[in-house]
Design a protein around this ligand. Structure first.
Ligand SMILES: [Zn+2]
Length: 348
């Protein structure tokens, strides 16, 4: 067996062959977000032999993820493993012939360009509009195709934006909807089969991009509802005159908020608190400081446990702190509550 033999059924496809496979093995895909969509698309890209796969996620695996996040198992959830690392371990066992990097990090304006550096394609596995608009900005600024996907409830949307060929995310949706105005997976749930369809379309487009076959992209946005049996395709069209991003090259989201922030996480009943830039945390030291306040466990990635003396909307508050100083406060959706907990117990 040569290294290429495992890709035999893929190399049989028109336009791939050995040359195409070598091209994929030399390519880099960045999957941003390792939730439901990111698990499904990263699995396909790793099996396809994309040579360098970069996985970025800010969260840890929870039991409620297992219904749809196909790279994780019960042990990942009980260990509270970071999703990016759990996905990396699983995919390394699937394909040891490619390089897989995991970044346990929150992609934001100050680090987006660094984290996406070298991407041959950006694959969207995010769960929030703020990060999507950042990805859109980096895509246009760097001239890298962006495979957008989104699923809420039983509905899925998917499109691939190619700078210079199609319009961009902001040509289609000029601004994110106001916070709280749209359903989220928190309020509407998620039908796992829709995730698989949307992610499969994203992965197929990512392979077309990495193979240099932009002619095979549809130039449309897929809008489907698997429960209602509805499916339509909307023309994405070319760059829209006056688009702030791709016409005027004003990258407003990349230029955005860079300081510490508290953000409520979709579907998690948890708030992420991001420290000011450059903070680094001594995890064992933090674990010692937290010990009098509850039962905390420490791994090489994080410290987590339940705070005895803090209550959220419906029970005691949980706290997970990563080595970059970022924290998740579990059991609340209120940023001000999470900021207070962070200031009292972590305080970087
Ligand atoms: Zn545009």
């Amino acid at each position: 067996m040569t290294d290429l033999d495992r890709y035999h059924r893929q190399m049989l496809l028109p336009g791939i062959g050995e040359e195409g496979q070598r091209r994929l093995l030399a390519a880099t895909a960045v999957v941003v977000g390792c939730g439901a969509l990111g698990c499904a698309s990263a699995d396909l890209l790793a099996r396809a032999g994309v040579g360098r796969l970069i996985l970025i996620d800010r969260d840890v695996v929870e039991p409620t993820n297992l219904q749809r996040q196909s790279l994780f198992d019960e042990r990942d959830a009980s260990e509270g493993l970071p999703k990016a690392e759990a996905a990396r371990r699983r995919l390394a066992a699937v394909n040891s012939g490619i390089v897989i990097r995991a970044h346990v990090a929150d992609l934001h304006a100050a680090n987006a360009e660094d984290l996406l550096d070298g991407a041959g394609v950006i694959v969207d596995g995010t769960d929030n509009f703020g990060t999507r608009y950042l990805l859109g900005d980096v895509s246009v600024k760097r001239g890298v195709a962006y495979c957008y996907g989104g699923v809420v409830g039983t509905r899925g949307l998917q499109a691939t934006f190619v700078p210079g060929r199609t319009g961009c995310l902001r040509c289609v949706f000029e601004a994110p909807p106001p916070a709280g105005s749209t359903p989220t997976c928190d309020t509407a749930g998620v039908l796992a089969p829709v995730v698989q369809i949307v992610a499969a379309c994203q992965a197929a487009d990512a392979l077309k991009v990495l193979l240099g076959r932009l002619d095979l992209l549809s130039g449309t946005m897929l809008d489907m509802d698997l429960w209602a049996n509805q499916r339509r395709r909307i023309d994405v069209g070319g760059p829209r005159p006056g688009c702030p991003c791709c016409a005027e090259r004003r990258f407003e989201f990349l230029a955005g908020e860079r300081g510490g922030l508290a953000t409520s996480l979709c579907g998690r009943h948890a708030v992420q608190v991001r420290p000011p830039e450059g903070a680094r945390l001594d995890l064992p030291g933090l674990a010692r400081r937290l010990a009098p306040h509850g039962a905390f466990t420490t791994t090489m990635f994080l410290v987590r446990g339940v705070l005895r003396g803090e209550r959220g909307e419906d029970g005691p508050l949980g706290l997970t702190v990563f080595s970059d100083g970022r924290a998740l406060v579990h059991g609340t959706d209120r940023p001000e509550v999470a900021r207070g907990v962070y200031a009292r117990y972590v305080g970087v």
